[in-house]
Design a binder for this molecule. Structure first.
Ligand SMILES: Cc1ncc(COP(=O)(O)O)c(C=O)c1O
Length: 440
């Protein structure tokens, strides 16, 4: 690790050429180790990443923010996509894979009767919300969780600027979001039945409820029941955003195992195994509204995404990949807990194992300690963070080496906390999730 690493140099160029430096908040070095993060990759395969200096790291963090569900450059997937590319990826005529994929998604989501495709999660959510609002003939959306960068979602902060507190990315700015969207989208707290009911009573004109399939914890039965009861009574459309949770605990959404009955389910990220594809899958009568509301884009029909999703789904279903993700996530979560007890660190872990994460309990010092964790793990060859999107390429042998490294790093963390030397031990500045700081 040195300050003149090639990734850091390129990041400085990026900041001059692109506001914010890149297209995705989660890949900015400020979120990890501001001045020392490798930042760019030249190659990635399995769970290995080679940076611009030729250093090799093991990804025990984001795995392309959850999209590389099979691991990087999965052989079967790459070969299938390459074949597609050789036959032409965009054409005046339609690609047949669009039909095959829509049929596959209908098979796997038997409640549904219609599919629309996009490339990114936020685009698919735009489509889902447009269709749901059109069908309900009401504008107002109640939501919990994160649903992308779009106006319909950010508009919630026009009401109260801290409306997104507790929904993954708090404090997002509303600059450029039309003020006229104020009070069109209201938040409720995940898994909090009382708060949900209060929001629904205070907003009798809600037409759409939007929740994540799962993120840190699974939704409670009482929470799902409250949503379904009200939706039924008031003819509200339920959208389950499974962009992050999808394919990680079933052959589709989390909704398939908890009795939740959404009207529309949205997939993205893992669906294409890293290639750009997202899908809105919904009940036939509701999706048919798409005939009357204009949803159309050249790249929605690009072929690689369909081909990648077909192969990714084939592998996920054939190998029941979700079982592996849950097993590996459980091993890591248990190891974190055991090691936190061994080193007397205050730490808790979440319920949703395929996206396993730990939370420190040191108040304002959490970010300092997390930065120390990232710094010390990087020294040992790991791209690490306090949350890991488990992939099919995370095998047990890798895990045992990783756990040994965590053991050493937790010991360092404990000693540094006790000696009150956190700032001193960090080579650079402290990581941050805050949007404001990252963009200034
Ligand atoms: C639940 C959920 N919805 C929507 C999105 C937005 O997806 P994208 O970043 O592909 O636009 C994300 C991305 O993190 C997500 O986790």
């Amino acid at each position: 690790m040195n300050k003149s690493n090639l990734g850091q140099k390129l990041w400085k160029r990026a900041l001059k050429a692109m506001p914010g430096g890149n297209g995705l908040l989660s890949k900015r070095p400020d979120r990890y180790l501001p001045e020392y993060w490798p930042t760019y990759y030249s190659k990635c395969k399995g769970i290995e990443i080679i940076d611009l200096n030729g250093n090799k790291f093991i990804d025990m963090a984001q795995m392309a923010v959850g999209s590389a569900i099979l691991g990087y450059s999965n052989k079967e997937l790459v070969s299938s996509v390459n074949n597609t590319s050789l036959n032409g990826v965009n054409c005046t005529l339609n690609s047949p894979e669009e039909v095959y994929l829509s049929e596959k998604l209908l098979d796997l989501n038997p409640f549904a009767g219609g599919v629309k495709f996009a490339k990114t999660g936020a685009e698919a959510m735009n489509i889902a919300i447009r269709i749901a609002r059109a069908y309900a003939n009401k504008d107002k959306v109640a939501f919990s969780g994160y649903h992308g960068w779009s106006d319909w979602y950010l508009a919630t902060n026009l009401g109260k600027s801290d409306n997104l507190k507790g929904h993954l990315l708090p404090g997002l700015s509303t600059d450029g979001v039309p003020k006229g969207l104020k009070n069109t989208v209201v938040p409720f707290i995940y898994n909090d039945v009382d708060d949900f009911k209060k929001v629904l009573i205070n907003n009798p004109d809600i037409g759409v409820i939007c929740v994540e399939g799962a993120r840190f914890d699974y939704p409670k039965d009482t929470f799902l029941k409250a949503i379904m009861d009200i939706a039924k009574k008031k003819k509200i459309i339920i959208v389950s955003d499974e962009i992050t949770s999808g394919w990680r605990v079933t052959d589709g959404g989390v909704y398939k195992i908890n009795g939740f009955k959404p009207d529309i389910v949205v997939y993205g990220k893992g669906l294409g195994g890293g290639y750009a594809i997202s899908a809105v899958v919904g009940k036939k009568n509701i999706m048919e509204v798409a005939n009357d509301t204009f949803i159309s884009s050249t790249m929605f029909t690009e072929r690689v995404g369909f081909s990648a999703a077909l192969k990714t789904i084939e592998i996920i279903c054939r190998d029941q990949v979700w079982e592996h993700l849950i097993e590996m996530g459980t091993i890591i979560g248990d190891a974190w807990m055991d090691l936190s007890i061994k080193h007397n660190l205050k730490l808790s872990i979440n319920e949703f194992k395929p996206l396993i994460s730990f939370k420190l309990d040191y108040g304002e010092k959490n970010n300092l300690i997390n930065t120390l964790f990232i710094q010390e793990m990087l020294k040992r060859g790991y791209i690490a963070s306090n949350s890991i999107y488990i992939s099919y390429a995370h095998k047990k042998t890798i895990l045992s080496k990783y756990i040994k490294a965590v053991d050493k790093v937790f010991a360092i963390m404990k000693k540094t906390i006790e000696e009150n030397k956190l700032e001193k031990k960090l080579k650079g500045s402290v990581r941050s999730d805050a949007f404001g700081r990252l963009t200034k």
